[in-house]
Design a protein around this ligand. Sequence first.
Ligand SMILES: NC(=O)C1=CN([C@@H]2O[C@H](COP(=O)(O)OP(=O)(O)OC[C@H]3O[C@@H](n4cnc5c(N)ncnc54)[C@H](OP(=O)(O)O)[C@@H]3O)[C@@H](O)[C@H]2O)C=CC1
Ligand SMILES: O=C([O-])CC(=O)C(=O)O
Length: 268
Amino acid sequence: MSTVEAICLVGWGAIGQRVAALLRARGASARIVGIAVRDPKEVEGTMPEGAVHLASPEALAATGATLVVEAASRESVLPFARAALTAGMDFAVSSTSALVDVAVLDELVELAQRSGRKLIIPPGALGGIDALSAASRLGLDSVEHVITKPARAWLGTPAEQCCRLTELQEAEAFFEGSAAEAATAFPQNANVAATTSLAGIGMHRTRVRLVADPKAVENMHSIRACGPFGTLEIRLQNRPLATNPKSSEMTALNLVRLIENRTNALVL
Ligand SMILES: NC(=O)C1=CN([C@@H]2O[C@H](COP(=O)(O)OP(=O)(O)OC[C@H]3O[C@@H](n4cnc5c(N)ncnc54)[C@H](OP(=O)(O)O)[C@@H]3O)[C@@H](O)[C@H]2O)C=CC1
Ligand SMILES: O=C([O-])CC(=O)C(=O)O
């Protein structure tokens, strides 16, 4: 296997730029050969050396990449994953809320099978997804996921209709429902609910609570799963990314881990 992997990024926002900076700082061997954004001005002067702007999903094919990493938006997933898998590239999804749509998930899994490539769901902002996925092989009785973010991280989302975010004095749970409902209504904040579901007991049986906390400074994820394997309880307090408080640093770190593991001899 080659020790240098060519990758394309879909999205050059908080996560995409952080992944590139971390790879550079760590001296990783991966080369970023293409970056897709809708507005080319966004990448002007900031792209890594040797990378080209990709104006459309179809432009992926000419890059020679073997892995495409999406950190863009729910809408970007289907067209870019289709193009990447068709061109013989693996595709890693951050905006997992796109996969609430069973037709999208089924199409992409089938395409990956036909092309002999992989549709990859990284842990994103989470940890413990390996244990949850392992446990699910024996069946699970219940999975609950509580997402607590600083009140400002919910601005610009339907949470604004549920509570007065800027006037909150105490933490407020403003949503309870299935993971499908959470990820559909909050595609910028609750992709993790879809990730937990895919690893565990599905979008409709996974229960989600969303909390706005005016005193919180971190994005918190508490997951509790019960089943014949035993009980899993995990709690993460993630530092938000400076350029997007909705997204956690851990999401970028998990992508760096994924990219480095592709070529490392020791995979962890
Ligand atoms: N799975 C997980 O655990 C997590 C997932 N996320 C998700 O990851 C995604 C990226 O997050 P973040 O980096 O913070 O977001 P930002 O808003 O900081 O950046 C988004 C980037 O994607 C680009 N983009 C958006 N839509 C498209 C499109 N259709 N085609 C090409 N480029 C596009 C934007 O540029 P332009 O507008 O010019 O196209 C921009 O460069 C979001 O969907 C977020 O919800 C975030 C945290 C955790
Ligand atoms: O980064 C996080 O903590 C989670 C997040 O935004 C998401 O799942 O969309």
